[in-house]
Design a binder for this molecule. Structure first.
Ligand code: SF4
Length: 438
């Protein structure tokens, strides 16, 4: 076999299939389409090499003493053709229409950015359908991509993983994500959502994992033209380049409209079995969902909390006034009504019993907690460096939201780790309270 033929065999062969070693040269061989040798044929009538032997899953021939040898190792299924042994029974697969990671000899291994939504699920299924192994990563952040949060842009990935048979890893981006929210290189979308930086960060994390486990590509559920800020063609190219994934980032739902990846070019992933979806319509996705037997998928998420105008306003205020934010500051953004008294002092008033409990739980020793006793009352937290005047204002706001708000005066209890006091005062007027609202 000349060098060119070895190279072309190498391109055509599925990975983990057959390894051919000629002297110091190693190549992959495909046996697809070749008639399997008979067991006796293989031992009694060796091919035109000087020696041949079959043992377990390896088949070797060699011209001993002539300085050359040839060794073929192969999967147990292929080896069974040569040895005459019964081929191993592949493990049972789960799911309705797709092979799973437990199918023998996957053609390739990809790492998927997986939110559990329809698009990322379909991307995974398009891979599993062509016997590509998938390891999914579900990313979480402090901004609503939290599996237990109803406003989340991620949902529980485990039911789909169990149904269709692929692995899932949960990764919390924590501080790395907070940094890009504070200072995104590619700016914000309509609200405080730094979607381009966010995609780059997630893709870089997935790439690190891909390199670590020796996978072939990263896949996403992105659809060309579906989101105006982050999924237009130039942005898709940008995120691929910035994540260091040139040629190794596959978007199965729009693949046929994008340049082929390395795995498509060398045949490990069949481009013909991928999709050419473009735009916001979901007709083709619905068809695919039906085809795959995918049911109970979540309706399209509008994004994480950073896409929410009210949340974004509170976050902007926090970033503007707090040079070193901590995770309690971020968690508090999802709780209660927020008021800004001074650049240093902020007031948060509970809207429900659940908010009140959270405010009590998040209070740090320096924070003040305010409440009107023996009546329906919010819990209020005062954070920062409040002056006596600020505490009075916070008490008037608290009184405004308690059940006694129509009374001429209300007694508010204020407590801190080492102090407590009461203030009797008139509840704030709705207009005044609203003027302090973040
Ligand atoms: S909405 Fe944007 S910023 Fe939020 S998780 Fe999705 S891509 Fe990231």
């Amino acid at each position: 076999m000349c060098k060119g033929e070895v190279a072309s065999a190498q391109r055509a062969a599925p990975r983990n299939d057959t390894t051919l070693v000629v002297g110091n040269t190693k190549a992959q061989l495909s046996l697809r389409g070749a008639s399997p040798p008979k067991a006796e044929g293989a031992t009694k009538q060796p091919p035109p090499y000087t020696t041949a032997a079959i043992s377990g899953t390896s088949f070797s021939t060699g011209a001993e003493g002539q300085g050359s040898n040839l060794q073929i190792s192969m999967s147990p299924e292929r080896a069974s053709y040569c040895t005459g042994q019964t081929p191993p029974v592949p493990p049972r697969t789960t799911g309705r229409m797709v092979p799973t990671n437990t199918s023998p000899a996957p053609k390739a291994h990809v790492i998927s950015l997986f939110s559990g939504g329809l698009d990322s699920s379909l991307s995974v299924l398009l891979m599993l359908r062509q016997n590509v192994q998938v390891t999914a990563i579900t990313f979480m952040t402090h901004f609503g991509c939290d599996l237990s949060d109803r406003s989340s842009c991620s949902s529980n990935p485990y039911p789909a993983a169990k149904q269709f048979g692929f692995d899932v890893k949960l990764v919390h981006l924590a501080e790395k994500f907070v940094k890009i929210v504070q200072n995104p290189t590619y700016g914000y979308g309509k609200n405080m959502n730094p979607c381009v930086d966010c995609r780059i960060l997630m893709l870089r994390e997935a790439k690190d994992y891909m390199d670590m486990v020796g996978a072939d590509a990263v896949i996403t559920g992105e659809v060309l033209g579906q989101r105006p800020f982050s999924q237009m063609r130039p942005k898709l190219h940008l995120t691929e380049r910035e994540a260091g994934l040139k040629g190794r980032l596959l978007r199965p739902l729009s693949a046929k409209l994008l340049p082929p990846t390395i795995a498509e070019l060398d045949g490990r992933i069949d481009r013909e079995k991928l999709e050419a979806i473009c735009g916001r319509g979901r007709h083709r996705q619905m068809e695919l969902a039906k085809e795959f037997g995918l049911e109970n998928y979540p309706s399209p998420a509008s994004g994480c909390l950073l896409t929410d105008p009210e949340y974004s306003r509170k976050l902007r205020d926090l970033l503007q006034h707090t040079p070193h934010i901590n995770f309690i500051d971020l968690n508090l953004l999802q709780v209660g009504r927020h008021f800004r008294l001074t650049p240093e002092t902020k007031v948060i008033v509970g809207r429900s019993e659940s908010d009140n409990n959270k405010l009590e739980a998040y209070a740090e020793p320096a924070d003040w907690l305010l409440e009107v006793m023996d009546t329906g009352s919010p819990v209020t937290i005062v954070r920062g460096a409040p002056t006596p005047d600020d505490l009075e204002k916070a008490a008037a706001i608290t009184a405004r939201y308690c059940d006694l708000r129509t009374e001429p005066s209300v007694e508010v209890t204020l407590r801190q780790a080492k102090d407590s006091r009461t203030l009797r005062l008139e509840p704030g007027t709705p207009e005044w309270v609203e003027s302090l609202r973040v």
